[in-house]
Every structure is written in structure tokens, then in C-alpha cells.
Design a protein around this ligand. Structure first.
Ligand SMILES: [Zn+2]
Length: 202
């Protein structure tokens, strides 16, 4: 078998580390770039470099924001309903929920879920920051929108335990989202229904 030149093999190896990309797709992408116009590779390289250097996390909700701003656009929008906070696992979930147009409150990104098997405890997530946030007296409802998985459910129950004693309503997105799946794969109508039919976590 012919050995690929190192730069090509390096790119294939890098692509293979991405989620959802197997060896075949990785090779296809690398060879596509190899024969395509230079500006595609150039733009891709610039975008990749800027991804880390020009973004950071919002100091309030931990969603992704431009590194030039401390607080993200959603948190600084005075038109949003500050009495309601939707808790999600990842920044991508914010995007997915925003696309439904069905939620006008604010978000809080945990950056993961509780997982004893993987050794992820409350201190590894942005839970302390959430607790600080909701103590300001403005928040009346926390909607837990973690994924409908075992870890997502466990995280929801843990949050309920922490938040209910503060006299704040805790709800969970309605069932109807496929169990074990990610929010990002749900279609907009399913998500809108899940938001509208959210239930009290009791
Ligand atoms: Zn924010």
C-alpha cells in the first residue's frame, strides 16, 4: 500500500478525531481540500485559528461569545425575560433552542452533565455559578433542558434538590423528546412542544 505524504496523513488523522467523521470521510475531506482552490483551505485555516483566539465564554451564562465582550448578546439584551433561566448542557443547545423562537428568557450552560462513571461531579460543571445567579431574587423559574439521558435526568434531579429550597420553580422539558438522544437532533416542532409542555420537577 502506498504511503501518503505526511501532510496529507496528518490532516486525515486530524479529521478522524472529529465527532461523526470516520476514516473514509476523513480521507475524502483531505483529498477534496488537496485538489480544491487554495482559498478554501486558507479560509478554513483562518476560521479554525480564530475559533479559539476570538471567542470566550460569557461571564454570566457561560455561552460562547466574542472574546471582545465579557457578557454575551443574550444576557445583555434587556428585552429578554430575566425571571426565567433555561439550563442546558452545551453552547450548541442554546443555538438549537434559540432557533425555535419559543423561549424569551435567559440561559445557563453547564458544560456537561453529572456522570459518576466518568468522574464528573457538580464542581466540574457551572452549577455554583448558576446558584449564585438565581439568588438575586429576579429568577422565578429554572427550566432544566438537559438531554433526555440517564445523566441528563440525574443532573436535573440534582439541580431540583439545590434550587427548590430557594422557592424557585423548577421545570423539565416535556417528554416527547426521544430518550437517549441529544437536543441538537430534535426538530424545531418537537422542541417547541417540549418547551410548551414542560413539567414541574417534583
Ligand atoms: Zn450570557
Amino acid at each position: 500500500m502506498a504511503v501518503l505524504p505526511e501532510p496529507v496523513q496528518n490532516l486525515i488523522n486530524a479529521f478522524e478525531r472529529l465527532p461523526g467523521i470516520g476514516p473514509k470521510s476523513a480521507s475524502r475531506l483531505a483529498f477534496y481540500l488537496l485538489r480544491s482552490q487554495d482559498d478554501i483551505s486558507q479560509k478554513l485555516a483562518e476560521a479554525l485559528l480564530a475559533l479559539k483566539s476570538s471567542t470566550s465564554f460569557c461571564s454570566v451564562c457561560y455561552n460562547i461569545t466574542l472574546s471582545s465582550r465579557n457578557v454575551c448578546e443574550i444576557c445583555s439584551d434587556s428585552g429578554r425575560d430575566a425571571s426565567s433561566i433555561c439550563v442546558v448542557e452545551e453552547p450548541l443547545d442554546v443555538l438549537v433552542l434559540e432557533r425555535t423562537g419559543g423561549f424569551q428568557g435567559l440561559y445557563h450552560v453547564l458544560h456537561g452533565v453529572l456522570s459518576p462513571i466518568e468522574g464528573i461531579g457538580p464542581a466540574d460543571l457551572k452549577i455554583a455559578a448558576l446558584m449564585e445567579r438565581i439568588k438575586d431574587g429576579k429568577v422565578r423559574e429554572v427550566i432544566v433542558a438537559t438531554n433526555p439521558s440517564m445523566e441528563g435526568d440525574a443532573t436535573a434531579l440534582y439541580l431540583r434538590q439545590q434550587i427548590l429550597p430557594l422557592g424557585i420553580r423548577v421545570t423539565r422539558l416535556a417528554r416527547g423528546l426521544p430518550v437517549g438522544s441529544d437536543l441538537e437532533y430534535a426538530d424545531q416542532n418537537t422542541l417547541l412542544r417540549a418547551l410548551a409542555g414542560r413539567q414541574e420537577l417534583i
